[in-house]
Design a protein around this ligand. Structure first.
Ligand code: FAD
Length: 291
């Protein structure tokens, strides 16, 4: 099923689409592990599951289409395959389109991508500079195309207004839904939503939430995406600095409260960066739907 149709139907029914993001597990048992993770999530009836593509410049992109196909064909859950264009050529995009078609992929999250750790993988004169550059071809090929949104502005962009103008370009290019980068303070989402409305963003924007699990993980994420750390999060990180189990529990609890607050304030969708953890997905779904 197309994700834009999921949002349309949910709106008519007064429902709130909930989705999870997974990354292809590394190693020999990639598919087995992915099946295990997605299988446990499927029991929670998410509206869709998205599968990252070489996220964080890790180079781990080979299994994205296979996993997305497995989620839809074996588990009956709509899936979204992420695709980055930072190292993609025009020819490569055509091949990807064919590959996604062969895998029965219906939905693609079009991204520029994080700069790879090994910069030698990035062409000097790229065929595509921005995510918006690949959206029209994907739409023409019949995919439902989503893109990334940044509640605090993208880390390379100087101000939120410019970031929102770039978001509008992605909508104009054919994106029919957006998923936000993680944020720890819902006020940023509400302010962003207001400004995005004024800028003419009319497609659904689903709010992305990632529970914090450790100080290192938070530091990595903050440096990678520039998310602000509100003082309640800093206090929890300090309080449980030497108690990893309590810190993880506090991170999940904090994310659950964020999700409930977003649900109660009319978010159009909730997307959980569930880090391939069944327990995270379960706790978040239970907070949102009371299941
Ligand atoms: P773009 O929209 O192309 O923007 C990149 C930068 O260029 C921004 O600073 C933007 O403001 C600027 N820009 C855009 N248009 C213009 C213009 N016309 N003129 C000048 N500047 C412009 N990364 C992965 O590697 N794999 C993944 O699977 C993955 N999944 C993600 C999922 C979500 C929901 C999100 C939010 C991010 C994900 N990322 C992933 C990270 C993403 O690739 C990075 O944030 C990347 O730095 C930007 O990608 P983008 O698609 O938003 O880029």
């Amino acid at each position: 099923m197309r994700v834009d149709d999921i949002f349309k139907q949910a709106k008519q029914a007064g429902a709130l689409p909930v989705s999870f993001e997974m990354f292809p597990p590394k190693g020999d048992l990639t598919m087995e592990k992915a099946r295990e993770v997605a299988g446990s999530w499927a029991e929670l009836h998410p509206d869709f599951i998205s599968v990252t593509y070489s996220a964080g410049g890790s180079g781990n992109k080979g299994a994205t289409a296979d996993i997305a196909q497995m989620i839809t064909d074996e588990l009956g859950i709509p899936s979204v395959a992420h695709l980055t264009c930072i190292s993609l050529t025009r020819e490569g995009l055509k091949e990807k389109i064919e590959d996604f078609r062969a895998h029965g992929i219906r939905n693609v999250l079009a991204l520029r991508g994080d700069v790879p750790h090994d910069a030698s993988n990035t062409p000097d004169t790229p065929d595509f500079h921005y995510a918006k550059d690949i959206i029209p071809q994907l739409v023409d090929a019949g995919f439902c195309v989503g893109a990334a949104a940044y509640t605090e502005g993208h880390i390379e962009c100087d101000d939120l207004q410019t970031s929102i103008e770039h978001l509008k370009q992605k909508q104009d290019a054919g994106a029919s839904f957006f998923v936000t980068q993680l944020f720890f303070d819902n006020e940023y989402f509400y302010r962003f939503r207001e400004r995005a409305d004024k800028a003419g963003i009319t497609v659904p924007v689903t709010a992305g939430i990632m529970p914090f699990m450790s100080k290192d993980q938070v530091a990595r994420m903050v440096f990678m995406c520039g998310a602000s750390l509100p003082s309640p999060v800093i206090k929890l990180l300090a309080r449980y600095e030497n108690d990893p189990d309590s810190l993880r529990a506090a991170g999940i609890e904090y994310a659950c409260r964020q999700l409930e607050n977003l649900r109660d304030h009319g978010a159009e969708g909730l997307h959980v960066y569930a880090m391939n953890r069944p327990s995270v997905a379960r706790a978040c779904m239970s907070a949102i739907r009371g299941a």
